[in-house]
Design a protein around this ligand. Sequence first.
Ligand SMILES: [Zn+2]
Length: 140
Amino acid sequence: MTSRSRPFLENRPSLCSYCLKPVGGLLFRWGDRWYGACSADHLEKIKEDLEINDQFKRGERGVSLKVAQINRAGIEKAVASTKEKYLELAKKNKSFVIHQWERNHRLQLFSQAIKEYLIYCTELANKGLLVEKRENDRSN
Ligand SMILES: [Zn+2]
């Protein structure tokens, strides 16, 4: 199996298996499994985890990755910014009831919403959350 075959087109790792950063192009193979890596350095660290913890090549890394927290503002932004797409697809499907749409159209809508959400969260991660101080707090 090569990294150009079908599973990689539809189910390619999108996060680094070491630090959970979005993956560029790096994939690492271990037995029947493939891991995404954000850098050659992290690819090496994933490999080290596996060599130490997984002699049977079952994908046991000996570490637990954290699960991302849901960001409510990001969801609201994603919903708002997919409104146009929703209306366009509703028109095509002659229904505002999503479960009556063609499957491909439902996937398009959710893909766009998730992409918008990830863009929001990536920007937040880059810039940090700005919380303006109130007048009463200015003494600090
Ligand atoms: Zn990484």
